[in-house]
Design a protein around this ligand. Structure first.
Ligand code: TPP
Length: 190
């Protein structure tokens, strides 16, 4: 599957001011490419593994809003403890999407442990206490899992095996503007 295409489909299907937190690099470049005009998008610039923890905070603060985190496999592997915290907090309105290309792509394509097929991120999520964790076998199943995350209690984790097409966009490097537009968007009721 392809991260840019699926990010576009995900964002196009959001109708209730859902928040989307893009992880470092490709995850947020493709979110930017999907719809850079959306105030409910937040772009994590600089640190691996923080999309899911930030999304968890937004979800806890605003329980009526659905919140998505988009994170690369290498980034999530750097911050695995967040899965246990998300499970322990039983964050009902949160969905973490993991784009598994098996590499740390933007720093040169070194293999992640997931690449060796020894580490199964969805199995780790389940063992962390997130029962609604599944690999999407294809695009139709991805759509179905997103629909489930929009309509049923989570937390949810969706693992997606993707190709190695690099992100084609570059997010503006403007964290203050991103913070302010996101805060303005989060002030609007769901
Ligand atoms: C805490 C931290 N360590 C290392 C880096 C350097 N770094 C930036 S992106 C990246 C690879 C990200 O890999 P992944 O999340 O799998 O996404 P991909 O690039 O494959 O889409 C690395 C090592 C960083 N930004 N932050």
């Amino acid at each position: 599957m392809n991260r840019a295409a699926l990010t576009k489909r995900l964002v196009a299907g959001l109708k209730n001011r859902e928040a989307v937190i893009g992880g470092i690099g490709n995850s947020n470049w493709d979110l930017w490419g999907a719809d850079k005009t959306r105030g409910e998008n937040f772009y994590m610039l600089g640190s691996m593994g923080l999309a899911a923890p930030i999304a968890m905070g937004v979800a806890l603060a605003q329980p009526k809003r659905r919140v998505f985190a988009l994170e690369g496999d290498g980034s999530l592997l750097m911050q695995l403890g967040c899965l246990s915290t998300i499970a322990a907090q039983a964050v009902k309105n949160l969905c973490v999407v993991v784009w598994d290309n098996g590499i740390y792509q933007i720093t040169g394509g070194q293999g992640t442990p997931a690449a060796a097929a020894r580490t199964d991120i969805v199995a780790i999520a389940r063992a962390s206490g997130i029962a609604n964790a599944a690999w999407a076998a294809d695009e139709a199943e991805f759509d179905a899992l997103v629909a489930k995350a929009l309509t049923t209690d989570g937390p949810h984790v969706i693992g997606v095996k993707i190709d190695q097409e690099p992100g084609r966009n570059q997010t503006d490097r403007d964290p203050i503007r991103f913070r302010e537009s996101f805060m303005r968007a989060m002030a609007l009721p769901v």
